[in-house]
Design a protein around this ligand. Structure first.
Ligand SMILES: Cc1cc2nc3c(=O)[nH]c(=O)nc-3n(C[C@H](O)[C@H](O)[C@H](O)COP(=O)(O)OP(=O)(O)OC[C@H]3O[C@@H](n4cnc5c(N)ncnc54)[C@H](O)[C@@H]3O)c2cc1C
Length: 374
């Protein structure tokens, strides 16, 4: 895969060596402690990697970065950075006003203040109509926030949350009526955070957040009130593009590991990779990766032209994350028992791969979107 996507291959070399310096040596520690260290965030910020463009021709630099972040082989780390620098902050970049952007984005871009996205609730995931988090008007233009959010990546380390909440009671549960997006300072009183350790994505800092009568100042509403559905539709396409690009890099890492192992490991007197069945299985996965990799950059190009659509984003996220599951399963299988050891890289890839099919929208929902599209 040597295509010079948008002339950004020199940038790829730079990104790869920067990630090799900042992420790779620290990744085991971050996995063990459950989050990226503050110094790691700052180094990423200093390297300019938390402020890459979300739009325009230079979005292809982001695509290269996300692909290479996936290629580090740590899905929890890639998810944490993806949420902070893209998925959560996209709401501010897309729908925030100038004052909000000036106040909240620069600390995030420096890696000083981490961003999290708090949409999902214990009883509202795929179907957000069951949203119960409420933000009542406080009479001064602000709100009092009550509710519980689940599976929030970067939850314990976040400096602020982008929160989906009902700001107006309505008589219907169709769509997302009465729902708005709020910027919530993580230092505000009334916030409790509980870790939700997961099977994989161990560095992603998955946390449950409780909001108990939390004051949200006037001016921390994102965009217009009760317009959350409109904003989510656009931002979720972008989120799935980001998730797809990260997953593509992850599959690349997995197949490299698999090929290296098949070339070096012997079963008795026979090199594993000399079995035609093994070679062909890996070749099939490689062929699928080539296709999805090309599709990922096509979708990234659409984003750079302002033409990303729900179908492209859904196809990419669905295909890349399911290929990741298949590749990780084959990777464990061909490693034998040594790949199933808790500390094995193959085992980590296997644990991590399943999360990709659920986070950023369960793949079944994406299949529905694809079916419903033209
Ligand atoms: C590792 C990880 C990180 C996450 N990070 C965040 C985060 O930072 N912020 C945040 O707000 N949320 C986050 N989430 C939550 C994620 O968005 C939800 O898990 C997802 O939207 C699915 O919701 P749910 O888990 O409640 O599953 P449910 O909606 O209860 O669905 C359960 C299962 O039902 C099946 N299903 C769903 N819809 C359909 C359908 N239409 N047809 C057929 N089958 C279907 C799917 O297999 C799905 O997994 C994260 C999740 C994971 C796993």
């Amino acid at each position: 895969m040597t295509t010079n996507h948008g002339g950004h291959e020199d940038f790829r070399t730079t990104v790869r060596s920067t990630l090799d310096t900042i992420v790779t040596p620290n990744a085991p520690k971050w996995e063990a402690q459950g989050h990226i260290s503050a110094s790691g965030w700052r180094e990423l910020g200093d390297a300019g990697l938390l402020a890459l463009p979300h739009t325009g021709a230079d979005f292809l630099r982001s695509a290269v970065f996300l692909d290479e972040l996936g290629n580090t082989g740590y899905a929890g780390i890639r998810a944490s950075i993806g949420v902070h620098a893209y998925m959560a902050s996209s709401y501010l970049r897309l729908f925030g006003n100038a004052g909000q952007k000036a106040r909240w984005l620069p600390p995030g871009e420096r890696g000083d203040r981490i961003t999290a996205l708090a949409i999902t609730e214990p009883e509202a995931g795929t179907d957000l109509r069951h949203l119960t988090t409420i933000a009542d008007a406080d009479g001064t233009g602000g709100y009092r926030l009550r509710g519980r959010k689940s599976f929030v990546a970067n939850g314990s380390q976040a400096g602020y949350f982008i929160v989906l909440a009902r700001t107006k009671a309505t008589g219907t549960d169709r769509g997302l009526p009465g729902a708005s997006l709020l910027l919530v300072d993580a230092d505000a009183p009334g916030i409790a955070r509980r870790p939700q350790p997961m099977l994989g994505w161990r560095a992603a800092d998955i946390t449950e957040i409780e909001f108990d009568d939390v004051p949200v100042a006037a001016g921390q509403l994102i965009g217009k009130p009760e317009r959350a559905l409109l904003y989510l539709v656009r931002a979720l396409d972008f989120e799935r593009l980001v998730a797809g690009l990260l997953a593509v890099g992850g599959v690349r890492y997995c197949l490299r590991l698999l090929k290296e192992f098949a070339r070096s490991h012997h079963v008795g007197d026979t090199r594993l990779g000399s079995y035609q069945a093994v070679r062909h299985r890996i070749a099939d996965l490689d062929a699928q990766l080539e296709l999805v990799h090309g599709y990922a950059y096509q979708a990234a190009t659409r984003q750079s032209l302002g033409q990303l659509d729900t179908k492209s984003a859904s196809v990419l996220k669905l295909t890349a994350t399911e290929l990741a599951v298949t590749a990780a399963q084959v990777c464990v299988q061909y490693h034998g028992a040594r790949g199933y050891l808790d500390e094995a890289t193959a085992a980590r890839l296997y644990r991590d791969a399943m999360a990709g099919t659920i986070a950023a929208g369960a793949n079944e929902l994406l299949r529905d979107h694809i079916f419903e599209s033209a």
